[in-house]
Design a protein around this ligand. Structure first.
Ligand code: NAI
Ligand code: AKG
Length: 529
């Protein structure tokens, strides 16, 4: 039974899927402190959060069983991603479910700002009928600058078009074609801040975007412009903004997010007459909260059940079309890594992975993660997974080389793994055979055809008559049944290998007895999972 902890208020409707799952129990414990969370997290397989829970390295250290942290929303800045990756915990988010809601909030803030709605409301309910202080501006014919033209920024731009605004945007990933399609002119950040009557930001908070709008940018802005931040506190320098408003450069600002949340009681935004604020409500609609909770619950369930999943934040994104192509190789990749590691002697220095044939044409990064996981599980067991395998290799100074070639030497696809240790170099290659599944087709350059499953016995010997019989007899005498046998050699009478699949464990004594057979050079048991 998997245990899921929900530590923030998340829509019940959204997590119903988890609550109904026969193999899952869900505990809802919103508002736990860090220490309280540390006290309980050890028993959970999954943690679901919104933005209140700060998932710190201390929490992750205590989370011995945790496989996944699901963020019901977009930004994962409340989760220490490095610590999660090092602990092998998958972090997923729900990037699409709150796009429209947040876009509508940004738009609502822009309109409220243009027409002083919050200020006028307060005065009116206080009994003052003041029609002079709140003369606003139209959006029509104004220039809207959009920094960050991802999901939310693009939706804001589309709506602004309908209001008759000119839109000028910047996003490092926005192409001219896409910009044209949504009716946006592309510009540099400098051009945008000089031209915008309204500026809205929709980027994540990164080292690059932190204070991307600060004193130098305010100095060149159009006098009387207005600014909206419904993305992340810190993209706009809060103190520089207050100065720019007081100096008459900026006419007003609307903020849903703060550099520190919740803001201190004396935060200047909270009393400034030209700044309107909301308490990080961008994603707070019934629809968005249901959407993100459903999305994240579905993916968490997939991860717990070891099924394919999407929206992992601490693993490279893979488009669905590519995923369909590479996913069948994951199992083979891990087995090849595990096999080669069991064959190898000495501290590992380098893993060389070669993808050939069909596989040379796609992004094979995720397959490499499985190979590295397979290699490392020999010594790290269940501490290694596809999230932390590359990191664990790196911290052990294991060099990973990935090569691709379009020729697959007689196969439509070939996956090969070479391990270089400080003593030797070992090599195993495998393929997916149509209708037959996973096959190991090369061991140390000897051609073989073996299914990577159960117990294998790997024997290196000289190609001499009677040797195969001696091995069979010895195994038989020890009650070990041979299911299949493969012999590979390069030249008649030269060195050769034998790969036997056997029905039970070959004990150390039997291995030693095998090694005593004349012309038998090495014997090693290989197991699969
Ligand atoms: N207030 C709220 O409740 C909510 C806030 N958000 C925040 O809104 C932001 C945008 O969310 P989405 O549109 O869903 O994300 P997204 O990932 O679709 O878009 C972000 C865009 O910012 C761009 N970007 C990154 N660095 C940039 C830079 N230096 N200059 C210009 N563009 C840059 C990226 O290329 C990307 O296209 C995120 O920070 C997210 O956390 C999202 C949902 C709710
Ligand atoms: O969960 C929330 O309400 C915050 C949403 C948010 O900021 C995000 O999705 O990035």
């Amino acid at each position: 039974m998997f245990k899921v902890l929900v530590s923030d208020p998340i829509s019940d409707f959204g997590i119903q899927l988890l609550m109904d799952a026969p193999d899952v129990t869900v505990d809802k414990k919103p508002g736990l402190s860090e220490d309280e969370l540390i006290g309980v997290i050890g028993e959970y397989d999954a943690l679901l959060v919104r933005s209140q829970t700060k998932v710190t390295p201390r929490i992750m250290q205590a989370a011995k069983k945790l496989k996944v942290i699901g963020r019901a929303g977009v930004g994962v800045d409340n989760i220490d991603l490095d610590a999660a990756t090092k602990s092998g915990i998958i972090v997923i988010n729900a990037p699409d479910g709150n796009t429209i809601t947040t876009c509508e909030h940004a738009f609502a803030m822009m309109m409220a700002l243009a027409r002083h709605i919050p200020q006028a409301y307060v005065k009116t309910i206080q009994g003052t009928w003041d029609r002079k202080s709140f003369v606003g501006v139209e959006l029509r014919n104004k220039t809207l600058g959009v920094l960050g033209m991802g999901r939310i920024g693009s939706e804001v731009a589309k709506r602004a078009k309908a209001f008759g605004m000119e839109i000028i945007g910047f996003d490092p990933f926005m192409t001219e074609e896409r910009a044209e399609k949504i009716g946006v002119k592309l510009g540099t950040v400098d051009e945008i801040i000089r031209q915008a009557d309204f500026l809205t930001v929709h980027t994540p908070l990164t080292a690059e975007t932190k204070h991307m709008i600060a004193r130098p940018q305010f100095e060149v802005m159009k006098k009387g412009m207005r600014i909206v931040n419904c993305a992340r506190g810190g993209i706009i320098d809060e103190l520089a903004l207050v100065e720019a408003i007081d100096e008459g450069i900026v006419a007003g600002a609307a903020f849903d997010v703060f550099e520190a949340e919740p803001p201190q009681a004396d935060h200047p935004f909270l009393t400034h007459p030209k700044i309107i604020v909301t308490p990080h409500l961008g994603a707070s609609t019934i629809e968005a909260q249901e959407n993100v909770a459903i999305d994240v619950s579905e993916q968490v369930l997939h991860i717990l059940r070891e099924e394919p999943f999407k929206n992992a934040v601490n693993m490279p994104p893979v488009p669905a079309t590519v995923m369909n192509k590479i996913q069948p190789y994951f199992g083979l990749a891990e087995k090849l890594g595990y096999f080669t590691a069991q064959m190898s002697k000495g501290p590992l220095l380098e893993i060389v992975v070669n993808y050939s044939g069909d596989l040379a044409e796609v992004d094979t990064q995720p397959i490499t993660r499985y190979i590295v996981k397979g290699v490392l599980r020999q010594h790290l067991g269940s501490d290694v997974n596809v999230v932390n395998s590359m990191h664990l290799a790196k911290v052990r100074d294991i060099n990973i080389i990935v090569q691709q070639s379009s020729v697959a030497k007689g196969f439509t696809n070939l996956l090969s793994v070479t391990l270089r240790t400080n003593e030797e170099e070992r090599h195993v290659a495998g393929t997916l055979l149509n209708g037959y599944g996973e096959r190991i087709v090369q061991i140390d350059k000897y051609p073989v055809d073996v299914a990577p499953e159960g117990h294998l016995l790997l024997v290196k010997h000289n190609d001499k008559p009677g040797l195969i019989g001696s091995v069979g007899t010895l195994l038989g005498d020890n009650g070990i049944n041979i299911a299949t046998m493969q012999v590979g050699r390069k030249i008649v009478g030269g060195s050769a290998i034998m790969v036997l699949s056997v029905d039970k464990i070959v004990t150390a004594e039997v291995i030693q007895a095998l090694k005593n057979i004349p012309d038998l050079n090495k014997a090693k048991e290989i197991v699969f999972f």
